[in-house]
Design a protein around this ligand. Sequence first.
Ligand code: DQA
Length: 175
Amino acid sequence: MGKIQLKVIIKMKVVVIQGPNLNMLGHREQNIYGPMKLDDIHKQMQGFAEQNGIKIEFFQSNLEGEIVDRLQECMGEANGVIINPAAYTHTSIAIRDAIAAIQIPTIEVHLSNIYQREEFRHTSLVAPVCAGQISGFGPFSYHMAMIAIAQIMNEMKARYEAEQAQQAQQSLQAQ
Ligand code: DQA
């Protein structure tokens, strides 16, 4: 039994990655993003995580390479990722490749409905490598992402435990 798999059983961990300018929430374009600050969104997510026995860690960067580094660090550390790549959603092949490389279920989140906005926001380069996308519900988008990732991680855990039980059964029968 590998270490990563052992962590699946003991405690689920989600890493939340926030892209450029999301540190300005509460100040920035309130008509689009609302008045809530990033820290307050994170407090709500923390509350959900605690209620559901999930470990959670937050990371924000304005730099593409730092986001790629943080994604890579998730390997062997996290069972789920929630990411709002912000403007990099529409431009970053590097972030898309990192999400594809780590093979950890990842939910893409946007506060605004990117499909109702300027045409350049209608394309998400990361969407095809994410488990799903939630866009347009303001801070509630993050809450929905928590529900989605918890569901995915629970399914992964159940599948893993069923496999373990089956293997144990098979080795008993082989004796
Ligand atoms: C955003 C949408 C992006 O187009 C934009 O560049 C952002 C925020 C959102 O959460 O709605 O910075 O990702």
